[in-house]
Design a protein around this ligand. Structure first.
Ligand SMILES: Cc1cc2nc3c(=O)[nH]c(=O)nc-3n(C[C@H](O)[C@H](O)[C@H](O)COP(=O)(O)OP(=O)(O)OC[C@H]3O[C@@H](n4cnc5c(N)ncnc54)[C@H](O)[C@@H]3O)c2cc1C
Length: 461
């Protein structure tokens, strides 16, 4: 390592923390600047009256190498908690009732969620050819599996993951694995069967179990552990205003009167923040910065509120024997879905009580976010009461408002990201890492940080 390998990370969410950590492991001298008083970004676990709840993400799926590496490096394996087996069951609301989502071919054939026409249409899937243009999730699913499948099986997951609109999101960008089954095998069913057989044959990395996980003290244990490892490298309450490029790996980073000089810079902040930060970079008037800014500003982030509610167990008649319930748009309720965290993870609430985490808002419910918290909470209560058989008021309610919850990978997203990368390619030592880039799940953010560290180390060794 040479002394001039300074690296500055802007943003202390999981993307920034993991990037800083992996790059430090590769020998870079790292500094991390975070606008808020704490690091962690969306990850916020809270303890309250014997309850352990999450305000943002609740869990992750253990299927990415970056996360396995991070757990190894932080020695966190023993702190992981695995979801209880009930979490395999997911409910979907249909006609005012919760129906368990089928989890096998047999289950699909017998589920009351699709009528005979819907089932026959689904079974005809291998007969349909490939698309000739980029499609939305709604177009792709309707073409391959039929409209019933879209409305009852896919739409609720799009709400659950992206709080998004399937008519707006690009299937290539937002559901790349599903899309790949068509491009590679010509059919989702054929591709699914081949992949299942391959997984059974190949010896999978034993570290990647595909399990749903959290930590004993909630997800914040991960960000706290990263914070502890990085130590004095982290500077909180530092909102970066702008950056400048002096050529030849020379970056200046400004926050008020403070200036940092660095050779390498990672922007681990939302897309609109990147657009703001790069505005004063001199591009010799060739327009590349303005072009990148236009594409960055096109990334939309709808608002979402996550509402944690505690109840006495006897107040809810539903067995809560699942991960949670998703509410399709066709049901015409405002609530997107509800998780059953105290069923998924043991030890999340005192005896004889339970915890629900509901989500409201998103791309198709913008106006809900202009309401008062009390009105939103009442709406969630109304939406869930008959579905879960809730009697009476919660013991307490806690709302977290996310004004920019999840970036929407809308039609053209992949091309826009490519254009942004191309526009900034001449400014060497600049890296973009955040959930608007290559995946919104925690595992994606960490894997992207891990890959960045490999790339940066290769480039500068
Ligand atoms: C309600 C909700 C539920 C979710 N549930 C799940 C889930 O169960 N599982 C899952 O895998 N994923 C989930 N996600 C997605 C996942 O949490 C996010 O994609 C991920 O945490 C994003 O991390 P990030 O570091 O890219 O961004 P962020 O967490 O947004 O971090 C960005 C950081 O940059 C800082 N910053 C911004 N501008 C500046 C500036 N100018 N100067 C300095 N600092 C700045 C911010 O303060 C922030 O700390 C959920 C997200 C939300 C909102």
């Amino acid at each position: 390592m040479t002394d001039n390998r300074n690296l500055l990370v802007i943003g202390g969410g999981i993307s920034g923390l993991a990037s800083a950590f992996f790059l430090q492991q590769k020998g870079f001298k790292v500094t991390l600047l975070e606008a808020a008083a704490r690091v962690g970004g969306n990850i916020q676990s809270l303890e309250h009256n014997g309850f352990l709840m999450e305000r943002g993400p609740n869990s992750w799926i253990h299927n990415r190498h970056g996360m396995a590496q991070l757990l190894d490096d932080l020695d966190l394996h023993d702190e992981c908690v695995m979801a209880n087996s009930v979490a395999k069951r997911r409910y979907i609301a249909q006609n005012g009732q919760l129906v368990a989502l089928p989890d096998s071919i047999g289950g699909i054939l017998t589920t009351p969620m699709l009528n005979l026409r819907g089932k026959l249409r689904l079974l005809a899937e291998p007969c349909f050819g490939r698309a000739t243009h980029e499609e939305s999730i709604a177009e792709f699913i309707t073409r391959r599996l039929g409209s019933q499948c879209l409305d009852w099986l896919v739409d609720p997951f799009v709400s659950g993951i992206y709080a998004g609109d399937p008519k707006q999101l690009s299937v290539q960008a937002a559901m790349p694995k599903l899309y790949a089954l068509e491009t590679k095998y010509g059919s989702l069913m054929r591709g699914g069967v081949v992949q299942l057989q391959q997984t059974r044959r190949q010896s999978r990395d034993p570290a990647l179990t595909g399990a749903m996980l959290s930590f004993r003290r909630g997800l914040r244990q991960l960000t706290e552990s990263l914070e502890q490892q990085l130590g004095k490298v982290i500077h909180t309450n530092v909102e970066v205003d702008r950056i400048n490029y002096g050529g030849k790996l020379s970056w200046q980073v400004y926050s008020g009167d403070h200036l940092w000089q660095t050779s390498h810079l990672v922007l681990a902040v939302p897309a609109n923040q990147v657009a703001r930060l790069i505005s004063e970079i001199d591009d010799n008037q060739n327009g590349t910065i303005k072009q990148a800014q236009a594409y960055l500003r096109a990334v939309e982030y709808p608002a979402v509120a996550s509402i944690n509610m505690a109840f006495k167990r006897h107040q809810i008649s539903h067995p809560l024997d699942g991960f949670g319930a998703l509410i399709p748009y066709r049901e015409q309720r405002r609530t997107l879905g509800v998780l059953f965290p105290s069923s998924v993870f043991t030890g999340r609430c005192p005896k004889d009580t339970c915890l629900l985490t509901a989500f409201i808002g998103g791309a198709r419910n913008n106006e809900v976010m202009t309401w008062s918290p009390a009105r939103r909470q009442q709406q969630v209560h109304n939406d869930l009461s008959d579905l879960l058989g809730i009697i009476g008021s919660p013991l307490w309610v806690e709302e977290s408002f996310w004004p920019q919850a999840i970036p929407q990978y809308t039609l053209g997203h992949l091309q826009r990201v490519e254009q942004i990368e191309a526009s900034l390619a001449n400014f060497s030592g600049l890296y973009l890492r955040s959930n608007w880039h290559d995946g919104v799940a925690l595992g994606d953010c960490i894997d992207n940080a891990w890959q960045l560290a490999q790339q940066a180390a290769r480039e500068y060794d």
